[in-house]
Design a protein around this ligand. Structure first.
Ligand code: DX5
Ligand code: ZN
Length: 235
C-alpha cells in the first residue's frame, strides 16, 4: 500500500483535507487536486461525539482507494472511540490513521499503534489547541506522526490559532521528535510558511484549497509547501 508518509522528508508535504471538497464530485475534485501537486489526501472523520459534526466513514476511504490506489490516504479520526475504526479503515485502504490523545490513554494508544502497524498503516497522535503540549510527550514513542491542531476540530474554515506554533517547536526541539509533524486547521500561505519554519513537514488545508477556484490550486499548493523550504529540525 502506498504511503508517502514513510518517505524521508525533503520538501514539506501538502495534504488537502477533502472536508471542503464538493462531495457531489469527490473523485473528480481529488483527481484535480492531485494533478495540482498535492502529495496525499486527508480524510476528516468526525463522529458527532468527540466533535459536534458528522462527516465520513470507511466507505469514502474505500471509494478514494479504488479511484487512486497509489495515493496515500491519511485518516484523521476525531472520534471518541478510535479503536472501533482502525480495522475498518485499514480494510478500506487507508495508508495512515491518526487519533486524538484526548480520547485514549497512553497504553491504549500504544496498543492501537501496534494493531494499526500490523494492518500495514502508519499512525499518528493529535492534540487539540487547549491540550498542553506536555500531554503528548509519552504518546510520541509509538507514533510515526504528531498532529498539532491549530483550530478546535469540527469544521473547516476557522482561523489559525497562533499559539500552537510553540507546541511544534517544543515537540521538535525539546522532545527531539523525529517523526512527521503535521499542522491542521486554518493553514494558508503565510501561516504554512511559519508552520514549516517551526518544524512541520506536513501541512493540511481544506478551505485554502477547495475554497478557491481550481485554476489557482497549483499555485496555492506551492505556497503551502512553505515556498520550497526544506524541512528543518529533523535528524
Ligand atoms: C478540522 C479538521 C481540518 C479541517 C481543516 O476539524 O481536522 O482538517 O478540515 O480545514 P481548514 O483548512 O479550512 O481550516
Ligand atoms: Zn484534519
Amino acid at each position: 500500500m502506498s504511503n508517502i508518509l514513510r518517505n524521508p522528508p525533503r520538501l514539506p508535504l501538502v495534504a488537502p483535507s477533502i472536508l471542503s471538497a464538493d462531495f457531489g464530485h469527490m473523485v473528480e475534485q481529488c483527481r484535480a487536486v492531485l494533478d495540482a501537486g498535492a502529495d496525499l489526501l486527508h480524510l476528516d472523520v468526525m463522529d458527532g461525539h468527540f466533535v459536534p459534526n458528522l462527516t465520513m466513514g470507511p466507505d469514502m476511504c474505500r471509494a478514494l482507494h479504488r479511484a487512486f490506489p497509489d495515493v496515500c490516504l491519511d485518516v484523521h479520526l476525531m472520534v471518541t472511540d478510535p479503536g472501533q475504526y482502525v480495522e475498518p479503515f485499514a480494510e478500506a485502504g487507508a495508508s495512515h490513521v491518526t487519533w486524538h490523545i484526548e480520547a485514549v490513554t497512553v497504553e491504549q494508544s500504544a496498543e492501537l499503534a501496534q494493531a494499526a502497524a500490523g494492518l500495514g498503516m502508519t499512525t499518528g497522535v493529535s492534540l487539540n489547541p487547549p491540550t498542553p503540549v506536555e500531554k503528548i510527550r509519552e504518546y510520541l514513542e509509538h507514533a510515526d506522526l504528531a498532529l498539532v491542531m491549530s483550530v478546535n476540530p469540527g469544521f473547516s474554515g476557522q482561523s489559525f490559532i497562533e499559539d500552537v506554533l510553540e507546541k511544534v517547536v517544543c515537540i521538535r526541539t525539546e522532545y527531539e521528535y523525529r517523526g512527521r509533524l503535521q499542522m491542521d486547521g486554518g493553514v494558508r500561505g503565510v501561516t504554512a510558511t511559519r508552520c514549516v519554519s517551526s518544524g512541520c513537514d506536513v501541512v493540511v488545508a481544506a478551505s485554502a484549497i477547495f475554497g478557491e477556484s481550481r485554476e489557482r490550486w497549483s499555485g496555492i499548493i506551492h505556497d503551502l509547501r512553505g515556498g520550497n523550504q526544506v524541512c528543518v529540525g529533523r535528524g
